[in-house]
Design a protein around this ligand. Structure first.
Ligand SMILES: [Zn+2]
Length: 89
């Protein structure tokens, strides 16, 4: 392993840690969808009337987004990469 490769890898690691997969997918959506998703996940899953992670994932998957339930769950509970380093996304 050369030092160049290590630097590249570390840079990649650094960049990838700012956002989880769900955050990345959110960035690709148009503003209306982004807004709706944010509204959905702003309500904890166990609140009455909240959309479950399962239904959200199924809907996104039907639209071709490659996302898993644990990714959505972590983002919703704000324990994903987006919320590390004091991020506010
Ligand atoms: Zn996230």
């Amino acid at each position: 392993m050369t030092s160049t490769t290590l630097a590249e890898r570390l840079r990649e690691l650094k960049n990838s840690s700012t956002q989880c997969k769900f955050g990345e997918i959110l960035q690709t959506m148009d503003d209306e969808c982004k807004d709706l998703v944010k509204q959905i996940i702003s309500l904890p899953q166990d609140e009455p009337g909240a959309v479950s992670n399962v239904n959200l994932v199924l809907t996104l998957r039907e639209e071709g987004f490659d996302i898993g339930r644990s990714t959505v769950s972590e983002h919703r509970r704000k324990v994903c990469a987006c919320y590390k380093n004091g991020g506010t996304k």
